[in-house]
Design a binder for this molecule. Structure first.
Ligand code: ADP
Ligand code: MG
Length: 343
């Protein structure tokens, strides 16, 4: 359910959104759901959430300065010589703060994502990948550093960034598949009922689910639910599609099929993708650039170019050597490996 709440929050906007995630982040109780207002909090939870938010130190002033910097011309990237820098993550540190403790999730992370990149964040569980994605989605504010999208500082959730989560329960169960895809189009994109349905059916067709438009989510397999979530995200035509281990809970065969489908969709529409995984193989296959993050708290270890790999190269000598190389970069604390990582 949490994934769905976060998704709805991204549509509802920063006022409710950030607060809600902070309530969850702090592990606070008393969160209720209503279908009419999406969610409600009891006064106690609201007070606590306020306290949590106030405790989060922001550096908003730095954003404006950064915006000018980001407006500079972008260098070349894998996605093509004319692609522009869309996302600029600059020295971002992220923390979870509660009354009892502070957990530092990432430390001074920097990277740029260009238009039509398939950029992968790769690192072991707990290194802060999801937290980074949430910060880019606008749910969490950095304690230091800046995040900009197309030269504008990210100040909260927005329909220009849509997240697909790992969990299969990110679809409201009382809506049909088509209604699930159409709903955000009506709320955030202000499409009419007919326009939203038409666009929903178009994207459901793209993920091979046209025949299931009027089915309810509980009648679908995990892989099909993820296809709906992907169709819903693509239908929004976001500037950046954020995916947080979207295939991690699927069986190996379905996972591979979904990776192939995602790459086909990308080939078709050339959207900009920021994809999180802890699987080296998945990173190599899905990404054209991979950012390697060290274990907790996540720091940048290296950036690897992976545009040459596909499912066809899996099992080959090159591919296996790259997997071993990345594994060493991620986990080897030997001084030489660390030097190599920072080269
Ligand atoms: P990943 O997605 O790479 O597995 P996360 O971003 O989920 O890692 O978590 C990074 C770190 O932040 C971990 O140490 C995790 O325990 C901590 N963390 C994640 N969510 C919360 C939360 N809501 N409150 C406190 N700490 C959290
Ligand atoms: Mg995660």
């Amino acid at each position: 359910m949490r994934a769905w709440f976060e998704y709805v929050d991204s549509l509802v906007g920063p006022r409710g959104g950030c607060l809600y995630v902070d309530v969850l982040s702090a592990g606070l109780p008393n969160v209720n759901v209503t279908t009419s207002r999406f969610w409600e909090r009891t006064p106690a939870a609201r007070r606590e959430a306020g306290a949590v938010q106030r405790a989060v130190v922001g550096e908003r002033d730095a954003h404006a300065e950064r915006a000018a910097h980001n407006a500079q011309a972008a260098p070349q990237s894998e996605a093509g010589p004319r692609s522009e820098r869309l996302l600029a993550i600059d020295n971002v540190s992220l923390e979870y703060r509660s009354r009892e403790r502070i957990v530092r999730a990432t430390q001074d992370v920097s990277f740029d994502v260009y238009g039509a990149d398939r950029f992968v964040l790769l690192g072991p569980s707990g290194c802060g990948k999801s937290t980074l994605l949430k910060a880019i989605a606008g749910f969490i504010e950095p304690v230091s550093g800046t995040i900009s999208l197309a030269g504008e500082p990210v100040r909260g959730p927005g329909a220009d960034r849509v997240v697909v989560f790992q969990e299969f329960d990110q679809l409201p169960p009382w809506k049909t598949v088509a209604e699930n895809v159409a709903f955000p189009l009506r709320v955030a994109r202000k499409l009419s009922r007919a326009e939203a349905r038409e666009r929903a059916l178009h994207y459901l067709d793209k993920v091979g689910l046209a025949a299931f438009a009027d089915a309810y989510p509980h009648t679908l397999s995990g892989g099909m639910k993820q296809r709906v979530a992907i169709a819903r995200a693509l239908a929004m035509q976001p500037r950046v599609l954020l995916m947080d281990e979207p295939f991690a809970a699927l069986d190996a065969l379905t996972r591979r099929k979904m990776q192939e489908e995602l790459l086909r969709l990308w080939d078709d529409a050339r959207f900009t993708l920021l994809f999180v995984t802890h699987s080296i193989e998945e990173a190599l296959v899905v990404g054209n650039r991979i950012l390697l993050l060290s274990p907790h708290p996540g720091r940048v270890r290296a950036e690897v170019n992976s545009h040459a790999y596909s499912h066809a190269s899996m099992g080959g000598v090159d591919f296996r050597e790259s997997v071993a190389h990345i594994h060493r970069l991620l986990f080897d604390t030997h001084p030489e490996a660390a030097r190599e990582a920072h080269r």
